[in-house]
Design a protein around this ligand. Structure first.
Ligand code: ZN
Length: 337
């Protein structure tokens, strides 16, 4: 899922080249020093499997929290991504579903005014089964200016820096045993240097970040007790970088559930929000439940509210009921190191 984002640049988001390779987007804050956004994943089913009901509750909570943008953790369009830039699934699963005012609101930035809140999205494994490059196309932003999907990028939202990481290329199974699926690896292969460069860019972006809150978003879980479990490739290659650079939150989808796991030897909180439509898989993994504080097998989404000193993260079900709340204090986190 991504930010529903803009006809690019007009919206006041500035695209600036980093010293590294990751594209950097400047996300203006509210002005009162706070930031709030919603996180949803694994959703694009033309409104079915309760996607529309989750979207309706997102609209209500989005209004209540006066959100700045929406983050999509990937698997944006089922079952096989978009077939092209002209695939009507884009409108049927995105534009026609997330229709609430709070997900469309106007905002002002400098001289420019944009008619949309933003949504930022990464690609999931199902997105790579279609025309992956179609979701990255500027044409989609002409159809719905809220949409912004890139492979890996940085959103600088003043008090928080959010680094979006393309995690699908890390997973060995998709390359070694793809079964009857075909993946669109254009722009990814050769895989080894792609991953090496990405890790290098993520490491340098985190190291140089001076933001109060450091957040990393990917499609695949690092830690999960859901259907897919931990992603060992990310535990081996990405997690050490996050630990070394004091990342606060890692947010993902992929498992169709809501979940909160605390790392046992760092400040990182692992947060799964992959419940945007189909859920209720019912096969919770029994292994490695270390640090697990919340797991919900049904549909829903997550909200994030940040200030300079505090973070509040809330999980909601399909009716908008609060299922779990995580409060973190920057002072406390620092002093607990
Ligand atoms: Zn997935």
């Amino acid at each position: 899922m991504a930010l529903w984002f803009m006809v690019g640049i007009i919206c006041g988001l500035c695209f600036v080249c980093l010293s590294a390779e990751l594209q950097r987007l400047e996300q203006p804050g509210k002005g009162d020093g706070s930031l709030s956004f919603l996180v949803v994943g694994d959703w694009g089913r033309r409104g079915s499997f309760n996607q529309s009901r989750v979207a309706f509750q997102m609209g209500k909570i989005g209004e209540k929290l006066d959100i700045d943008f929406v983050v999509s953790t990937g698997d944006n369009f089922y079952d096989n991504g978009l077939s092209s830039e002209h695939d009507t699934a884009f409108e049927e699963s995105f534009t026609d579903v997330y229709t609430a005012n709070s997900l469309q609101k106007q905002w002002y930035s400098g001289k420019n005014m944009t008619a949309n809140s933003l949504s930022y999205a990464v690609l999931g494994n199902h997105d790579y089964r279609g025309d992956a490059e179609a979701q990255l196309s500027p044409l989609l932003r002409k159809i719905d200016s809220r949409w912004l999907c890139l492979r890996s990028f940085i959103v600088n939202a003043e008090l928080a820096e959010i680094i979006f990481v393309d995690t699908t290329p890390f997973v060995n199974t998709y390359f070694l045993d793809p079964e009857d699926h075909t993946y669109d690896w254009r722009g990814v292969t050769p895989r080894k240097p792609y991953i090496a460069n990405l890790l290098k860019d993520v490491e340098s972006a985190l190291r140089e970040s001076t933001a109060t809150w450091k957040i990393v978003v990917g499609h695949h879980a690092i830690r999960s007790v859901g259907h897919h479990g931990d992603t060992e490739e990310l535990v081996s290659h990405l997690l050490p970088i996050l630990k070394a650079n004091n990342v606060d939150f890692y947010m993902n989808g992929h498992d169709h559930c809501l979940e909160h796991i605390s790392d046992t030897d760092s400040r990182i909180q692992f947060l799964t929000s992959g419940a945007g439509s189909k859920a209720w898989r019912g096969d919770v993994k029994q292994l490695n439940r270390e640090g697990l504080s919340f797991f919900y097998d049904g549909q829903g989404f997550m909200s994030v509210q940040l200030t300079q000193s505090d973070a509040e993260i809330v999980f909601y079900d399909v009716y908008g009921n609060i299922l779990h709340r995580l409060n973190a204090s920057k002072q406390f986190l620092h002093s607990s190191m």
